[in-house]
Design a protein around this ligand. Sequence first.
Ligand code: HEC
Length: 202
Amino acid sequence: MSDESHKDCCANSAGEPTATRSTVPMWIIVVTLILLFVGGVYFDHHGGWFSPKIYAPFNSAEEVEAYQPKSGEAAARARGKVVYDSVCGICHGPDGLGKPGQAPKLAGSEWVITKGMNRLAHIPLQGISGPIKVAGQDWNMNMAAMGAALPDEDLAAVLSYIRTSWGNKAAPITAEDLKKIRSEVGNGALPMTGDQMMKLPE
Ligand code: HEC
């Protein structure tokens, strides 16, 4: 009886599946090598080789946002700010509040928030000199034609910027309108006095 059961056990165990070593099919090796090669070429072209300039040019999501191309009004405003800060802000201050002994304020200035653009555009195109009143303050200095050398787009953008910043709420000006006013002023026009300027239509 015990002999029989022993036989049963061994006859069964002989039928169990066994793992055998078999070679990896050649095509898997070939496909793997091709994928590695293609991946390597792709990385070479697109990866940037771990340069910190490519992997970490920005410090925050806001910074990335600031570099995104802007459209329409936002683009013109950004351009106006850049021109203002580099050309006008030196005297009139980055906040438009003017600088004592250098230039009057643009924030709240009756010269800036005019109905139309004609008179205001004349100021950077030909300059203004002599006594003027700005928001209740007396000034008696000279400003050269600081905007005469700027392209129409840039001067229009900067004038639109000063008309819509620091609490100023006036309509912006287009480059086409500015071009028209510039052609009326002409090249090399001499600075006007404040009184002459005030007689120009707004
Ligand atoms: C070198 C200094 C200087 C720069 C740069 C300058 N301005 Fe002026 N600006 C003056 C001075 C000074 C006056 C006052 C002139 C006077 O007393 O008659 C003035 C007056 C003005 C006025 C009229 C008064 C007022 O404050 O509203 C406007 C508008 C103006 N500037 C706009 C501009 C714009 C736009 C730019 C850039 C394109 C510019 N200025 C660049 C010095 C400057």
